[in-house]
Ligand binder design. Structure first.
Ligand SMILES: Nc1ncnc2c1ncn2[C@@H]1O[C@H](COP(=O)(O)OP(=O)(O)OP(=O)(O)O)[C@@H](O)[C@H]1O
Length: 369
């Protein structure tokens, strides 16, 4: 999979621009505030239907404009080149087109454009609540198991129904029927997530050897409840508590990934820089796993991160990206700190200046294999 063309209209400070990326490393160079991160944000929008900086569409639409529009051409191994279009206006209305047809599910975008974002605030994956880590596991399962998305959607609907019933019912009985189904599907979801974590973990351990060899990492998957016990029993026992809280306290919607370094929770022992490296390793391991088990490539967006790594780690990052066969978009203020990465990968340079892309230059990797 590769992004061959990206056109932007009224996206942040970019009134109109076109990017024709290369397949390897695309370096977006520019001064502070020039629009580099906005370009990554636009690609993120195309892959996930949302920004990584804000949940407010109005912040992303250029001042004075009514809507933003993104258009892209992507190349897929099976389908060849297909166009994608996404537009959002200030009333929150979206238009999504895939291969010229109106599409209604953002999951369609995610399916076409698997992407991983590595950015300076990314360590929230390890320090914030479980929601981000659940989304992280689900990204992986979604891309390797076709059965995941319909199952996940049914579990979500069941939970909504259960929470609505909790608020209406004085007794547990009306919930019992729904809980049977929730427990059945919840167990299937937990099995998929747990199998994914077990399969992905060896790759993570391999990559952390590059980035953080001083630690031994262990990763535990928590399915959202104690699987020694029946989920139906736990749900029935927790009825009064759940009713008081207005939502369900145990179940697959509480799944989490728990990481330890030398036996201690990572957020208690690693420095900020080390947490960032670990997140980077986790995301690379996902890209690599996707590539190994489905032959598909995942696109990497790397914002302002490489300058935080020493030269050896940058080289290792580039080597891993090469292993993932990934197309990479990386921002930097100047190219000097990226020299190590640029020598490992086929490299394309773009200059971003006040919302316009002013330069383009393709460079051959020095150490092509
Ligand atoms: N909705 C908007 N309309 C117009 N301009 C905007 C909008 N939102 C943000 N901007 C401006 O867009 C510019 C580009 O921001 P962006 O974060 O992409 O810059 P950057 O090149 O990544 O900078 P840095 O290197 O400092 O991270 C900023 O000057 C910002 O003030």
């Amino acid at each position: 999979m590769a992004l061959l063309r990206l056109q932007l209209h009224d996206f942040r400070n970019i009134q109109q621009a076109e990017l024709l990326p290369g397949r390897g490393l695309n370096v977006l160079l520019g001064r502070n505030g020039s629009g580099k991160t906005s370009l990554l944000e636009a690609i993120h929008y195309l892959g996930l239907g949302r920004s990584f900086r804000t949940h407010l569409t109005n912040r992303v639409i250029a001042h004075e404009a009514k809507a933003f529009t993104l258009f892209a051409q992507i190349e897929l191994a099976q389908q060849g080149t297909i166009p994608l279009g996404l537009s959002k206006n200030r009333n929150g209305e979206s238009q999504l087109k895939v291969a010229g047809r109106a599409a209604d599910r953002l999951a369609q975008l995610a399916e076409l454009l698997p992407l991983q974002l590595i950015h300076p605030e990314g360590f929230g994956l390890l320090t914030a609540g479980p929601q981000q880590r659940r989304a992280f596991i689900d990204w992986g399962v979604f891309h390797v198991d076709m059965g995941f998305y319909p199952l996940w959607s049914r579990v979500r609907r069941l939970l909504k129904q259960r929470n609505a019933l909790l608020r209406q019912s004085q007794h547990y009985d009306p919930l019992a029927f729904w809980d049977l189904e929730l427990a059945r599907l919840g167990a299937q979801l937990a099995d998929l997530r747990s199998a994914y974590c077990a399969a992905w973990l060896p790759l993570l351990q391999e990559i952390t050897q590059d980035f953080l060899p001083e630690y031994e990492f262990r990763v535990g998957f928590y399915p959202g409840w104690d699987r020694q016990r029946e989920l139906t029993t736990l749900l029935a026992e927790g009825f009064e508590r759940d009713k008081a809280m207005g939502h369900t306290a145990v179940g697959p919607h509480k799944a989490d990934l728990r990481l330890k370094a030398n036996g201690v929770p990572v957020q208690d022992v690693l420095s900020r820089g080390q947490l960032k490296l670990l997140v980077c390793a986790m995301r690379l391991a996902q890209g690599l796993y996707l590539n190994r088990c489905s032959g598909r490539e995942c696109l990497f967006l790397i914002d302002d991160f490489a300058s935080e790594l020493d030269s050896e780690k940058r080289r290792r990052l580039a080597q891993r990206l090469k292993q993932c066969a990934s197309q990479v978009f990386i921002t930097a203020i100047d190219e000097a700190p990226l020299a190590d990465m640029m020598s490992e990968l086929e490299c394309h340079l773009f200059h971003v200046e006040q919302g316009t892309i002013t330069g383009y230059q393709a460079r051959e990797s020095e150490s092509k294999t």
